[in-house]
Design a protein around this ligand. Structure first.
Ligand code: PNS
Length: 177
């Protein structure tokens, strides 16, 4: 609660396709700083993810269930509109490396310009600094072990999803029986 008696809310936005331990580390640290953390999942009709929006929301809800002050919600359009509609003044973003900084700074400055929404950059735990959802999907696709980098349920779902995709590809390559 702020000195004015307001609930301090922050957004942790992203695509989360799928959620990694790096994301979860940032969310888990943000919940200690804010009364409520809204994990805001981008609806992007232009980009089909490996996991559907509902699957990503379900996975996020499952892996954040231990945090009573986390809410998981989808959004479409501008992040700042979502923040204003939900009384959120701050966006929390993890910074993995200097390479993240330029783009994140641009977005933070644009969000401040558009609606006065602030951005708090959190240095990623070095343990997770090389993680990204895309890299996880690529490693998993080729049978690599991602169990140290994603929650157990995500590793399981990746195995199921990619096994199904490999089987379908194998059937196609074999052609009609
Ligand atoms: O996990 P991602 O894909 O890197 O997350 C990017 C995200 C969702 C934070 C960013 O693309 C975003 O905020 N999109 C919503 C549209 C928007 O507000 N664009 C202007 C940003 S200044």
């Amino acid at each position: 609660m702020s000195p004015e008696g307001l609930t301090r809310k922050a957004a942790c936005p992203g695509s989360f396709d799928p959620v990694t331990l790096g994301h979860l580390d940032i969310i888990g640290r943000a919940v200690k700083l804010y009364d409520e953390v809204v994990v805001a999942v981008l609806i992007n009709p232009a980009k089909a993810g490996l996991f559907s929006l509902d699957e990503r929301l379900d996975l996020l809800r499952e892996v954040t269930a231990a945090y009573p002050n986390v809410r998981v919600q989808a959004f479409q359009g501008l992040l700042v509109e979502f923040c204003l509609d939900n009384g959120i003044a701050v966006v929390v973003k993890g910074l993995r490396a200097v390479s993240d900084f330029d783009y994140e700074l641009q977005m933070a400055q644009m969000n401040l310009h558009l609606a006065g929404v602030e951005t708090l950059f959190m240095p990623t735990n070095p343990q997770y600094s090389f993680l990204s959802s895309s890299l996880i999907k690529d490693v998993a696709k080729w049978g690599g072990d991602v169990t140290a980098h994603v929650p157990d349920v995500v590793a399981r779902r990746l195995r199921e999803r990619l096994h199904t995709a490999r089987s379908a590809a194998g059937e196609q390559a074999a052609g009609p029986a």
